[in-house]
Write a protein that binds this ligand. Sequence first.
Ligand SMILES: Cc1cc2nc3c(=O)[nH]c(=O)nc-3n(C[C@H](O)[C@H](O)[C@H](O)COP(=O)(O)OP(=O)(O)OC[C@H]3O[C@@H](n4cnc5c(N)ncnc54)[C@H](O)[C@@H]3O)c2cc1C
Length: 405
Amino acid sequence: MGEIAVDDFRAEVRAFFDANAARKGEERRDWGQGSDRVGLLDEKTAEEERREIEAGRAWRATVFDAGFGWITGPTEFGGGGLTAAHQRAFGEVASEYRTPSEAPFGIGLGMVAPTILAHAIEDVKQQYLQKMWRADLIGCQLFSEPVAGSDLAGIQTSAVRDGDEWILNGQKVWTSGAHYSDIGEIITRSSPDKPKHKGLTMFLIDMHAPGIEVRPLRQMTGGASFNEVFLTDVRVHDSHRLGDVDEGWTVALTTLMNERASIGGGGVGSASTGASRLMETARRVGTADDPIIRQRIVDLYVRTNVARYNNLRAMAKIKAGQLPGPEMSIAKLSLTQNMTRTADLIADILGPRITADTGEWGTFAWAEFVLGVPGMRIAGGTDEVMRNIVGERVLGLPKEPAPVR
Ligand SMILES: Cc1cc2nc3c(=O)[nH]c(=O)nc-3n(C[C@H](O)[C@H](O)[C@H](O)COP(=O)(O)OP(=O)(O)OC[C@H]3O[C@@H](n4cnc5c(N)ncnc54)[C@H](O)[C@@H]3O)c2cc1C
């Protein structure tokens, strides 16, 4: 795409969107009008999910083929070679248009692709990155196991070398989107005799390879957006190793930093939208005069704004070329804490309407949000683990004593 001034680029982006997408209408959500859904996880039927992925894939292909699919990516791998300022300009224009959901590609593009770019060999970057950014391939993250989540370095899935290949055996769990993914970033134990952080190796696997079985897990919200993944004698070529043998922990950190940045960074939204919807709901159900409810709505508004400014500060650091670090743990923690406060508050505003569907617009719909919040406090590192990181690495407090086993 060559050097192009941000303003000229913005004009090109605008022309692209005008030709390919409809502008959003007035976004006011009038009481009783339109959908009242307030979910956090993906609660869809298999058919709805299939249609969402199809529409998202077609849209990403259009965006990519127009040259806007991977704006800041290196040109040798199919990226645009432009700056973060160009990416921001694209995001600003894009937010004014109605486009298909890109949620199914979030893990692949937010976490797996940056790890491939940082740790794969040249051929693998050539083979996968462009296809991922065009959504020809969808990626998932195979880290957690039944006995290893927060203590990720305790994973047991084994990788045994066999000539130019490795043979993988074990079980992963909570793998979001594994059932529609084409490739997966998997952490394995390659040297069981070494200390646990030292004997891990990361690979990129084909999710359609023989020996991989994906079984959906239903969550309490009703959807089934994550899975168990069983691996039996799955073969992967050594060229698909990410990073060095036994250096998988370093590679995992790249993925986890990007994960926290993408979850926490999602909380930069407007505080007033959330607060006004809560206030409107309280008015409709007759709890708006309760002084405690009023105080809690304002408290939430203030806290959401503080989190927003904190995130903007962290984002500014990233834009200035510094790596996302422990700040992203603060971003993730404040986002999920504010979600928890919102869930508690809306449950008190609505009372029994949150547990039984009276058919009244904008009331029982909150149940999906309330039931989804605990998952957000766990995904991408639990609140407790985030507190440990903030305590030890941001505040410099002494390390917590390890539990006696
Ligand atoms: C919505 C969702 C999507 C997910 N998607 C994926 C995915 O795509 N890929 C993937 O690999 N994983 C995924 N996960 C799994 C997630 O990464 C793990 O659930 C998470 O890391 C916690 O691990 P665990 O479930 O084993 O809980 P555990 O680690 O067993 O934790 C149990 C409890 O102990 C606490 N605890 C643990 N260690 C400490 C400590 N040192 N100090 C204080 N308290 C502690 C925890 O905070 C928690 O309350 C997903 C999870 C959710 C909820």
